[in-house]
Design a protein around this ligand. Structure first.
Ligand code: ASP
Ligand code: MG
Length: 439
């Protein structure tokens, strides 16, 4: 059994939905298809919820009507026969009726989650009607019957597994299943979700739950690239990555894959493939247990970083100093990304200034504090990169003209991170691209 997940743009136009139907019927393997909402829908639903939270019912109503018009014209192009158009229109009407009703009742967070769930419910139902029109046998699998999160909003994988197994066992004759990404039930049994972009997470959880042969994530990019294509002129898709490498990259903002989506697949060793609906036969990127090769594979950057330096001669030979510093960050629930120490000073980075004044005030008793804003973490990721001969010399050779503020090396075998001024980001990514990849 395999999983195929299609994101918002892959189902966002009727002709793209037609193409998805072709892609999922290319081979005979049993398949669970996970769909996002049509592109733009979740954003629209968020904004409808925001308007209602502010008591702006007129504004919400206008947006609901606009969205409904979009779905009506979508149906006209998606389906040919009057019978199926009528069926699809009736389904959509029900969802928009629901949105109209909530305009009349008092708004709360649980209701907001209901609103957000409408996108995936509608996209999967419309797709199911399209498959019906095409005569493609399938089973509609409501995610709300098996996807759940606990009180800490963590997915309940063992429960998801047993519920799914149960449902699938009741339909041994079916080979194709259609379900919603993103939505789930919470510990109170209410409709909830796996946070924005969470359909990838659904796909990975379902893949782990059924021990799938592969979890395919279909987007409109040809896999994960070795560098940021928006910043650097020449980048290439990475053929193979280990789960550990992918986790390092996802954290540093490689947008193609939701960061949380790696652990379930990794747990059950299900390979994750990143594929492109525009070029369905291209190899894409596969993320699996084995890294495939040793050495630098990708460069990722994270902007908006603040570096804090604490310098104190009292740190010399002292113990407990770092703990006291960390406690300040803990108190203000601010995660530290990078850290470097010397015998008399320590530098850390954070990616939010929400509590910066409070943090500085509480750190001041420990020594003199220096702050550098507008910094960027550049992370070089690759299997056993820290053990690769000449890795560091090649790295620093290529960065002769860039002042490096911090270096973090050896924390993970698969990562070397540098802190630079954001002004030098473009130059740094370009120099590393040629220095490490010859591009
Ligand atoms: N539709 C949801 C979102 O836009 C989930 C997803 O697409 O992954 O965030
Ligand atoms: Mg997405």
């Amino acid at each position: 059994m395999k999983i195929m997940k299609f994101g918002g743009t892959s189902v966002g136009k009727p002709e793209r939905m037609h193409q998805v139907a072709e892609l999922i019927t290319r081979d005979n393997e049993a398949t669970i298809v996970v769909l996002s909402a049509l592109s733009g829908t979740t954003n629209a639903l968020v904004s409808i919820g925001d308007a209602m939270a502010k008591g702006d019912k007129e504004g919400a109503k206008k947006q609901i009507e606009k969205l409904e018009a979009h779905y009506k014209s979508f149906i006209l192009d998606l389906l040919k026969e009057e019978k199926y158009r009528a069926k699809a229109n009736a389904i959509i009407a029900e969802h928009f009726e629901f949105l109209q009703i909530i305009l009349k009742i008092s708004f709360n967070e649980a209701l907001n989650k209901d609103i957000l769930a409408q996108g995936e419910l509608m996209s999967t139902k419309l797709f199911s009607v399209y498959l019906e029109e095409k005569g493609i046998d399938h089973l509609f699998l409501p995610a709300l019957e098996f996807m759940s999160i606990d009180q800490n909003e963590e997915p309940q994988l063992p429960l998801i597994r047993s519920r799914l197994k149960n449902i699938l066992q009741q339909h041994p004759d079916k080979k194709l299943f259609i379900t919603q990404g993103y939505i789930c039930r919470n510990a109170r049994g209410e409709i909830d979700n796996l946070k924005r972009g969470g359909s990838d997470y659904t796909a990975s959880l379902v893949a782990a739950a059924v021990n799938a042969s592969v979890c395919e994530i279909w987007t409109d990019i040809d896999g994960m690239h070795n560098n940021d294509p928006r910043v650097v002129s020449k980048t290439v898709a990475i053929e193979q990555l280990s789960f550990d490498e992918a986790a390092e990259l996802a954290y540093f903002g490689a947008k193609i894959l939701h960061p949380t989506c790696i652990w379930p697949a990794q747990l059950e060793k299900v390979p994750v493939k990143l594929l492109n609906t525009m070029q369905p036969d291209a190899a894409g990127t596969v993320i699996m247990q084995e890294a495939g090769s040793v050495g630098a594979k990708a460069i990722a950057a994270k902007d908006g970083i603040i570096a804090i330096n604490i310098k104190s001669s009292r740190m010399l030979l002292a113990y407990g100093f770092l703990r006291k510093i960390f406690e300040v960050f803990e108190k203000y629930r601010t995660p530290i990304d990078m850290i470097t120490t010397s015998e008399v000073a320590v530098s850390v980075t954070i990616d939010t200034d929400a509590f910066l004044p409070e943090i500085i005030r509480e750190l001041e008793p420990f020594g003199s504090i220096g702050i550098d804003k507008d910094q960027t973490i550049v992370s070089i990721v690759g299997n056993d990169i820290s053990q690769t001969p000449e890795m560091l010399s090649r790295l620093f050779d290529s960065l002769k003209s860039v002042p490096v503020r911090m270096v973090s090396f050896g924390g993970s075998k698969h990562n070397v991170s540098l802190l630079i001024s954001s002004d030098d980001k473009k130059k740094t990514l370009q120099l590393l691209n040629s220095g490490l990849f010859g591009l």
